[in-house]
Ligand binder design. Structure first.
Ligand SMILES: [Zn+2]
Length: 469
């Protein structure tokens, strides 16, 4: 929501990560010496004996055997009758659970965040705004393999009305300028178009029309347009549940006026309005939205965290230790609270809104709506990677089953990106997965019990990655 400043420093390439990454090659070297270099080196890994949760939401496969080669899943079967293919190293994962690599569907990626994502099993991120040149350059370096990190998809810079909320957004106040902003993002190589709170309906329809010409999706943090109107106009996702109260209220004009006045004024009014919404109106909106096929990215972890900024345990959360001191200083939470003008009464009001947000999420889900798990990391107090697990927990708390929450954090994120090879563990899909030591279906917090992470077919040790930061 409130994008934190970006670190100019570059990540120190973790040598331990490199060692782990090149593990099959190192093993191959040893074997090659033993047999006088005649044997071709292994180029595959078989993970044998774990319970597989594949990302479809279907039943888990017990005692699975998954063969991975050159970054792709070659086969998925069971251990019974499994024969190790040639050039394949067997890894015993009995007593473990395997889930697809997590997809954070709402991220603001910074370079320091990259190893955090991987260590917490987030192997794909959907970046939704950054400095245009630097985020796309980072995407290039990571996706080319020059820098280790999750797969990055990016909106580049978001489009906002004028004056733009953030100086690095592309501002426009006329439909023709909004179209030009889309063209600039297309030329820069953005994967989709993100719009922000000050984009009005006229500009939204111009942006949708222009983006459609280039086959790009438009994703929305809404302010001046309600969620149902935006979804019917064709946005592919709605971030942070924005526009939902505006659609549920008989007269949303005071909320719209608050969005016009200021970003934080709009956010505060929006966040507080949930507590006063009635469940029948929210149910109607949930059903209308589910009917449009829009994906909701609720970022419950953002709502929950910001509703507890006056709670000392939030600021002391163990996950925050993973954030570099410099970044924590840059977050400057007291300054953000001062800029927003939030008081204890505001936080109490935000907390009163949380049950209605949960009610909306489960009603939308029950109506067949697609939910993707996203976090808003690395904004204030939202730890890259770690906060995705908090989002899973909050989705379950809202009434989504652990299995469906896992779908929201894997396959639904991939479908939202329009990338069929991600978020699903099946032959031909990319080999991004997480090996857990405890069953996430019994307790969703068990997604934190990460034994190993496979990213682009390479097995990584979270402890080794952590040792590097
Ligand atoms: Zn955001």
């Amino acid at each position: 929501m409130d994008r934190g400043a970006r670190s100019p420093s570059s990540i120190f390439f973790p040598s331990s990560l490199m060692r782990i990454s090149s593990f099959p090659a190192a093993l191959a070297l040893g074997l090659g010496l033993l047999v006088g270099c005649r044997q071709p080196p292994p180029n595959g890994v078989a993970l044998v004996g774990a319970t597989l949760i594949d990302g479809t939401g279907g039943p888990a496969l017990v005692d699975a055997a998954i063969v991975v080669r050159e970054g792709r899943i070659e086969s998925v079967g069971t251990r019974a009758g499994f024969e190790l293919p040639a050039r394949t190293t067997e890894v015993d994962v009995r007593g473990r659970w395997i889930i697809p690599g997590l997809v954070d569907a709402h991220a603001h990626v910074a370079e320091w965040a990259l190893p955090r994502y991987l260590a917490w099993g987030v192997t794909t991120v959907r970046d939704v705004h950054g400095d245009l040149d630097s985020i796309l350059a980072l995407r290039g370096r990571v996706n080319d393999g020059a820098v280790p990190g999750p797969r990055i998809y990016s909106a580049g810079a978001m489009i906002d009305g004028l004056p733009a909320t953030y100086s690095d957004a592309l501002g426009a106040n006329r439909a023709s300028d909004a179209r030009k902003a889309v063209d600039r993002l297309v030329n820069a190589g953005a994967d989709y178009i993100k719009i922000y709170t000050r984009v009005d309906r006229v500009m939204l329809s111009a942006i949708l029309d222009e983006a459609r010409a280039f086959n790009l999706k438009v994703i929305a943090h809404l302010g001046l347009t309600d969620a149902v109107t935006a979804a019917r106009a064709g946005v592919s996702s709605i971030e942070h549940l924005t526009g939902v109260p505006e659609a549920a209220l008989p007269d949303p004009s005071s909320l719209v006026a608050a969005h016009y006045r200021s970003f934080f004024g709009g956010w505060t009014a929006f966040e507080q309005s949930w507590a006063g919404l009635d469940s029948a109106a929210l149910t109607r909106v949930a059903r209308e939205l589910a009917g449009t096929k829009v994906t909701m990215v609720p970022t419950l972890v953002l709502h929950e965290t910001f509703s507890r900024l006056d709670d000392s345990t939030v600021v002391a959360d163990a996950g925050l230790k993973a954030v570099p001191e410099m970044e924590r200083r840059r977050w400057n939470v007291p300054d953000m609270i001062a800029r927003a003008g939030w008081s204890a009464a505001d936080f109490a009001a935000f907390r009163r809104s949380r049950p209605m947000q949960d009610f909306f999420v489960r009603t939308f889900h029950a109506a067949g709506g697609r939910i993707a798990a996203g976090t808003d990391a690395s904004n204030q107090l939202l730890v890259p990677g770690y906060s995705q697990h908090r989002e899973l927990e909050l989705l379950v708390g809202a009434g989504i089953s652990p299995l469906n929450a896992l779908v929201a954090a894997t396959r639904s994120g991939a479908l939202l990106l329009g990338v069929d090879s991600l978020g699903l563990l099946a032959p031909g899909k990319v080999a991004d997965l997480v090996v857990l030591t405890r069953n996430p279906l019994n307790n969703i917090r068990n997604t934190l019990a990460i034994d190993r992470v496979m990213s682009r077919g390479q097995l990584l040790s979270p402890d080794s990655i952590r040792a590097s930061w």
